[in-house]
Design a protein around this ligand. Sequence first.
Ligand code: ADE
Length: 225
Amino acid sequence: MQIDIISCVPALLESPFSHSILQRAQDKGIVQVQVHNLREYAVNKHRQVDDYAFGGGAGMVLMIEPIVRCIENLQSHRQYNEIIYMSPDGELLNQRMANQLSLQENIIILCGHYKGVDERVREHLVTREISIGDYVLSGGELAAAVLADSIIRLVPGVLSNETSALSDSFQDDLIAPPVYTRPAEFNGWSVPNVLLSGNQKLIDEWREEQSVARTHKRRPGLLAK
Ligand code: ADE
């Protein structure tokens, strides 16, 4: 899978893909993440990529030309299943969307900044708009990192058996059960006995009960689904 991220502040995306699971996914050659600096597609030698909004008002708007140039350059190398624009007014990201997107071959993620992008980009180029929550970030970069992380960990081969995404919260519309590690006793706080019992059937049943109980308590809306 190839994920191309377009940003005018690419430095914001350096670290998230350079460590841990996301770095290993790339080292294994399962996923390629490339961040493209919009300024390299700027309209002039001042590397300009934004301008004032027609009609006035505070804040700059990312121009259509650099975005089209960048997308056309990417499309000259491969076909894309989706061109996603990160926006607080997009569809709310959930595990089901991450699952769907993890099955795609190539996707572009476009990050807005300042007041956003020229609306014509959204009308004519973008195939999908995604929000990571009902709050406004300074730009789409952190949201793009969240989206890409949620997708990449689901691509087959990225996680090993021990860390399989199948046991994640939300994967079956349930919150994951609590986990513990050594020591079994700390400060008089002990680990539930069943987890030390060695009886896998009892442990699995306990985990299932805990998941359902937690979901009831914390996220009843998930069970209603
Ligand atoms: N850009 C700014 N805020 C955002 C959000 N909540 N989700 C996605 N992209 C954004």
